[in-house]
Design a protein around this ligand. Structure first.
Ligand code: MN
Length: 457
């Protein structure tokens, strides 16, 4: 199949230019002015922006959390992602504690995802136990196309101690890989939860109080000092606040290679949501929690200055009924928010349209930088001859309002309910196939597992 996209504006990380795009089978074959090809199906994309397919490098589909499992699995979740212009997700596979291997974790995630995805996919591997066996398995993971890893400084089931953190970072660097790290101080958070419970404070409004910004910044600081000792690059995932941001900037000033990711919820929502009546705040429970308005400004400014490399979602969705598991105890509310469907349109509406970032920056934040960091470039992350035919036809004038009534997630709530969008997804091509148009997935389950190379930054 051949498609010729005519009269659109092709956006890259560097420039926007009026160019035609010819897609042949799975690949982009030409990107030039005035292409003529009478054998191709011509699609007029006048007035539209063409972005390389968005890559969401932080999702959790079909994940067990707090004695329940996310409302969206790979089937429903990747459909929502595709509708949002995301042609590839990198989900978090995980090793289990108690003598389990990375290979077992990987097999488990393949079982969850294979044959069910409507966009391309890969996994990061979470390491929760470090020993000789795990160390040997790093090379096996690389052979399986996994070149990025995840480490947790919080959550008892996932937590690695400082000794292991140091050893893992060092080992990964020696293999040309790196880890994304969830930074929150586990011990103090546990203590603050104990205090809240002892004082009879069980309401949602306590959620941000037991996970304060200082305890995120402390973990970021510790991580970066340990990474310095290990001589290793590292990524801080879901950065939420000013104090943690300053730690990153200080580490960079002393010459360290540090990457940062943030998410739309930290740019657009704030912690006043936890004080909403009728348990409404539960909808916004995630870790780290939503922060203050000053933190949002800090993050937007950091995006504008290219100090944050990616905007991902940390997609992890639950229904109201699931959120209600924590009605009498906020620590039992399954943590997480959906986001894959609206990442691009939110960033366009509240970032590009409001002049906070350029559309080229949007391209870098949603696609190009993730492609380079996660070993996908230039197969993905750019509209160029030879690249996969992953293209978002973006209509800058389309208007809509986010609502749980119309969204594609298998949930009955949306944290961005009522947010107006000015800019929308018109069509999405996945490896040369028109897979979504007019808000509908027209070709399901086309997603394939992508073997990734090492980072190209
Ligand atoms: Mn996460």
């Amino acid at each position: 199949m051949k498609y010729l996209l005519k009269n659109g504006t092709v956006v890259s990380g560097e420039r926007s230019e009026k160019l035609d795009v010819l897609i042949e089978d799975e690949k982009i074959s030409r990107v030039e002015k005035n292409i003529e090809d009478c054998t191709a199906e011509i699609i007029d994309v006048s007035g539209k922006l063409l972005f390389p397919g968005f890559i969401d490098a932080h999702t959790h589909f079909d994940l067990e959390v707090a004695n329940t499992v996310t409302a969206d699995d790979f089937q429903t979740g990747t459909k929502a992602a595709l509708l949002g212009g995301t042609t590839m997700v990198i989900d978090y596979a995980s090793q289990d504690k108690g003598g389990h291997t990375l290979k077992e974790g990987l097999a488990k995630w393949h079982q969850k995802a294979d044959g069910k995805c409507s966009c391309d996919y890969s996994f990061h591997m979470s390491i929760v136990e470090w020993n000789e066996e795990t160390e040997k398995e790093i090379d096996d993971m690389i052979k399986e196309g996994i070149t990025s890893f995840k480490l947790y400084m919080t959550y008892p089931a996932m937590l690695v101690n400082d000794r292991d953190l140091y050893k893992i970072l060092k080992k990964l660097n020696s293999c040309g890989c790196f880890a994304g790290v969830h930074c929150e101080n586990a011990g103090v958070i546990d203590a603050l939860i104990e205090e809240a419970k002892a004082e009879g404070r069980f309401g949602v409004e306590n959620h941000p109080l037991v996970r304060p910004d200082d305890m995120e910044a402390e973990a970021v600081h510790r991580l970066l000092v340990i990474a310095k000792q290990a001589g290793a690059p590292v990524m801080v995932v879901h950065l939420t606040n000013q104090k943690a941001y300053r730690e990153i900037m200080e580490a960079r000033a002393r010459g360290q290679e540090v990457y940062a990711e943030t998410c739309p919820q930290y740019l657009l929502l704030d912690d006043s949501a936890y004080s909403l009546p009728d348990f409404e705040g539960a909808k916004f429970v995630c870790a780290p929690p939503l922060r203050k308005r000053e933190d949002q400004s800090c993050l937007w400014n950091a995006l504008a200055r290219d100090e944050i490399q990616t905007v991902a979602t940390d997609q992890c969705s639950f229904t109201w009924q699931q959120k209600r598991l924590g009605e009498k105890d906020f620590t039992k509310i399954p943590g997480g928010l959906p986001g894959v469907e609206t990442r691009g349109t939110l960033l366009y509406t509240y970032g590009v349209r409001e002049g906070r970032i350029t559309r080229e920056q949007m391209c870098r934040l949603l696609s190009e930088n993730a492609a380079k960091l996660y070993g996908l470039y230039p197969r993905k992350g750019v509209i160029a001859p030879g690249s996969d035919g992953d293209i978002v036809v973006f209509d800058p004038e389309k208007r809509s309002v986010i609502s749980a009534e119309t969204h594609a997630y298998h949930t009955d709530n949306n944290p961005f309910e009522g947010f107006a969008l000015h800019g929308g997804i018109d069509k999405v091509f996945l490896r040369g196939t028109l897979a979504a148009k007019d808000g509908k997935v027209v070709k399901e389950n086309l997603g394939t597992y992508i073997y990734r190379d090492k980072k190209q930054i």
